[in-house]
Design a protein around this ligand. Structure first.
Ligand SMILES: O=C(O)[C@H]1O[C@H](OP(=O)(O)OP(=O)(O)OC[C@H]2O[C@@H](n3ccc(=O)[nH]c3=O)[C@H](O)[C@@H]2O)[C@H](O)[C@@H](O)[C@H]1O
Length: 431
């Protein structure tokens, strides 16, 4: 008669990974066989999982920065792309270069002979194929876009060590006001952690670049004083998106104060235009109208129409470039500032708010199709009733003067949309 301990040892071998089969007999033998083969399978599975995990992490190691960090061809591409081709030209690192505003700014900078290196993580917040198409366009203008994330500190410091960027145009962000209720952490990842990683790299760089970055009209939140001025309060954000942009303004101020980084924050007002963002209303409405699908138009309290100070992309690009040209230098080296550096914030808007139903009727006219409209109460997930920019400061300091009204800007957008997606005006699609 075997002791309980012996029986237990048969069932649960004392040496992990080893199975004692020599003492097995009867029903226990069957159990043991089964256990042995299960254990072997388990070990094999474990081995394969470990192998796959190592392979995948090696792949991601290789496919992100590290591939670049060891490649001299990659180094050369960065240096060439960063080099200006005109005398006194800027050398600009554009984050979010495959994004809407980033791609337009990169092309405009390149066109006038500045050096441009792009950085983009090509995330799937909206169709990445549009981002790849923008990247292809940039590549035709000899602009190299690095496929990497802001939070990859090693990659950032490598970029700054390869090229003496005079400026950073920081446009990479998690955008979208209402999406923040669905995926709050993506806003923290990009707009807070990513921003800090970028500022850390910029303040440690030699020379320190001037940083121009995208804040947002949404920082005015629930204010009802109109138009919105830079000196107005910004302590009542209506969305997490707005809160992260407001936080960004505070964070950049700290880096300006401690390290002497030259900072310019640009509060963009609902930017639209060709190659725009598919998540935005004018873009998604166009798609739906062409497909004969209904669109949802939000309304505020007492059925009031919502309104936005829609701003055309070319005006925004001019505002960004004027901000780069007037930024003033950073004053720090080796972690210490040698004197105060500029800290500026500007509204970049259009100064003429338009209601959402008017936006829809302009689209209907350009598309030669009627929209199926569903009017619903604003869901209360981040929207504000209206935005309206006072741009006096940007006019005075940047010479900023928007020139495109919504009618003209949407005409250009619709033309691009129909050609890019291969549709004809006045014809419904099967999208
Ligand atoms: O300036 C900014 O700081 C922000 O601008 C943009 O936000 P918004 O002004 O909210 O633009 P957008 O979504 O196009 O909605 C436009 C209008 O259509 C209404 N809207 C929207 C969707 C819908 O289905 N129905 C509707 O009525 C909606 O209620 C709103 O009244 C950027 O996305 C954001 O990233 C940020 O940069």
């Amino acid at each position: 008669m075997r002791s309980v301990k012996e029986q237990e040892e048969e069932l649960f071998p004392s040496t992990p990974g080893k199975v004692k089969i020599e003492r097995a007999h009867g029903i226990n033998r069957q159990f043991h066989r089964c256990f042995a083969s299960t254990s072997t399978m388990f070990l094999w599975a474990l081995f394969l999982i470990t192998l796959t995990a190592s392979y995948l992490s090696f792949q991601s190691f290789v496919s992100t920065s590290s591939r670049f960090l060891s490649s001299s061809a990659w180094d050369r591409q960065i240096r060439e792309s960063a080099a200006p081709v005109r005398s006194q030209g800027l050398s600009v690192l554009v984050t979010g270069a495959a994004g809407f505003v980033g791609s337009h700014c990169s092309l405009a900078l390149r066109k006038r002979g500045d050096g441009v290196v792009g950085l983009d993580n090509f995330n799937s917040y909206y169709d990445p194929s549009l981002k790849r198409a923008r990247q292809a366009l940039l590549s035709r203008s000899s602009i190299f876009v690095v496929d990497g994330d802001l939070n990859d500190r090693r990659l950032l410091s490598k970029l700054f060590s390869l090229a003496p960027f005079s400026h950073v145009l920081h446009l990479a962000a998690q955008a979208g006001v209402r999406y923040a209720v669905e995926n709050p952490s993506s806003y923290v990842h990009s707009n807070i952690a990513g921003l800090v990683a970028l500022l850390e790299a910029a303040r440690s760089a030699d020379p320190q670049p001037a940083v121009i970055w995208a804040s947002s009209s949404s920082v005015y939140g629930l204010n009802d004083k109109s138009p919105f001025s830079e000196s107005d309060r910004t302590d009542r954000p209506a969305s997490l998106y707005a809160a992260t942009k407001k936080a960004g303004e505070a964070i950049t101020h700290t880096y300006n104060h401690i390290y002497g980084l030259s900072i310019t924050g640009l509060r963009f007002f609902t930017v639209y235009g060709p190659m725009g963002r598919p998540d935005m209303a004018y873009f998604s409405f166009t798609k739906a109208i062409l497909a004969g699908k209904p669109i949802t138009i939000y309304r505020g309290k007492n059925r009031a129409d919502l309104a936005r100070d829609f701003t055309y992309i070319d005006d925004i690009v001019r505002g960004c470039i004027a901000s780069l040209d007037t930024a003033g230098e950073s004053t720090g080296t080796g972690g210490k500032k040698s004197g105060p550096a500029p800290y500026r914030i500007f509204n970049l808007g259009n100064t003429s708010p338009v209601t959402v139903p008017t936006l829809v009727s302009i689209l209907e006219k350009h598309l030669r199709l009627k929209a199926k409209k569903k009017l619903v109460e604003m869901p209360g997930n981040g929207d504000v009733p209206f935005t309206h920019a006072n741009i006096s400061l940007a006019m005075a300091e940047l010479g900023y003067k928007p020139t495109t009204n919504l009618e003209t800007g949407l005409k250009k957008f619709v033309k691009w949309y129909l050609s890019y997606y291969g549709h004809s005006r006045g014809r419904k699609t099967n999208l």
